[in-house]
Design a protein around this ligand. Structure first.
Ligand code: PLP
Length: 385
């Protein structure tokens, strides 16, 4: 077995596909420390800059003083604390949805939804560029799982022709490697025409999009209940950790009863739930963070256009720069790193062949000067390599 693994690793290396971990020595921020050196960070999903917010830290500490660290058991045994309970209620109230349930991670939430609610008579149709956890959830589901071409409504419509009683359309709200937003209007009209349900994974939309930060549906002026299944994470804009699914009482009660990735795992620690609660509150009390992020997105795009950088079409915090070749993406990323800027190169199989890119993520906390430094250095680096 190990011989085979060795070969696979060597093959990855030869294709410029080996991934390396960077060890962070500072809190998550726009300016971080790695290997003793300072870098401007354009790789974090901490979109609102809450991960290191003093109130988040205080919430975690004071909850740990009261509740300890480990949750000690799964939610259905004795791991479900008052903090979890309050967080679930607050999420549901904020979104105006009947009920919400926490999951330890977004990956587990998606796996839980797709494997526990559908059986082999059912059909799951999902966008080809959906997050890996949805793709894996679909594969692990008993239901028939098919994919439609990215954001291609005629491709989706063809798939929906099948005469199956229970059909679910699944889409990311904001696509994690492209930054584009799902075509919600079109999805909703196909949903009603074909009498399907809709699931939105809003990991990158929740907290970021919409006037109040309720995400992709609010961004399009839709009602939150237009999607039967709304999932988002707490480790991105909220600055904490974990995830939730929100929907009708029937949906959430079913997940609590049947989702194995909910039932057979230790609950998130109570102090994390407490910090998540504070993140959710900051989302509402510090709306200027969302405004700043939008300003930064506009400013960055304007600068990038002036410098003819190959930006992809995106109005969100995820601003990919398409370089196509794996080696080029790595070399530009390295060149940036040599100049004090961290941007990750994203390569297959995370993205399709020949679409290697730099995934630039902007946050509310980036300064104008940092954005200018990024564009200046990108313009230089792309010419050098
Ligand atoms: C990050 C992410 C997830 C997984 O969430 P975790 O809490 O990190 O496991 C799921 N879906 C999308 C679209 C994501 O970006």
């Amino acid at each position: 077995m190990l011989n085979k693994l060795q070969q696979r690793l060597q093959q990855r290396q030869a294709q410029d596909l080996i991934r390396q971990r960077i060890t962070l020595e500072s809190p998550q921020s726009t300016s971080i420390k790695v290997e003793g050196k300072s870098f401007v960070n354009f790789s974090s999903n901490d979109y609102l800059g809450l991960a290191n917010h003093p109130k988040m830290i205080e919430a975690l500490k004071s909850s740990a003083n009261k509740h300890g660290v480990g949750s000690g058991a799964s939610h259905l045994v004795i791991g479900h604390s008052h903090q979890h309970h309050l967080l679930e209620e607050e999420i549901a109230r904020f979104l105006g949805i009947e009920k919400a349930v926490l999951f330890s991670t977004g990956f587990m939430a998606n796996l839980g939804v797709l494997t526990s609610l559908f059986d082999k008579k059912d059909l799951i149709v999902q966008d080809k560029l959906n997050h890996a956890s949805l793709i894996d959830g679909g594969l692990a589901s008993e239901a028939k799982n098919i994919r439609y071409a990215h954001a291609d409504m005629s491709s989706l419509e063809r798939q929906l022709q099948q005469s199956v009683e229970t059909k679910l359309i699944v889409t990311d709200g904001v696509f994690s490697m492209d930054g584009d937003i799902a075509p919600i209007d079109e999805l909703l009209s196909l949903k009603s025409r074909f009498k399907t349900s809709l699931m939105i994974d809003d990991a990158h939309g929740f907290g970021v999009l919409g006037e109040q930060g309720k995400g992709t549906l609010e961004h399009y002026g839709k009602s939150q209940s237009d999607a039967e299944i709304y999932m988002a994470t707490l480790g991105k804009a909220i600055g904490g950790f974990g995830a939730f699914v929100a929907g009708s009482k029937t949906l959430i009660d079913s997940l609590i009863q049947f989702a194995r990735s909910y039932i057979y795992t230790t609950a998130m620690p109570a102090p994390i739930a407490a910090a998540n609660r504070t993140g959710l509150e900051l989302l509402q009390t510090e709306p200027e963070r969302r405004v700043n992020l939008q300003k930064n997105i506009r400013y960055f795009r304007a600068l990038a256009f002036e410098n003819d950088l190959p930006l992809m079409e995106s109005e969100t915090a995820i601003q990919p720069l398409l370089l196509k070749r794996n080696d080029k993406a790595i070399r530009v990323s390295q060149e940036l790193k040599d100049n004090g800027i961290l941007v990750m190169a994203i390569r297959p199989p995370t993205v399709p062949q020949n679409t290697a890119r730099l995934r630039i993520t902007l946050t509310a906390e980036h300064s104008k000067a940092q954005l200018e430094q990024l564009v200046e250095q990108l313009t230089k680096s792309i010419k050098v390599v």
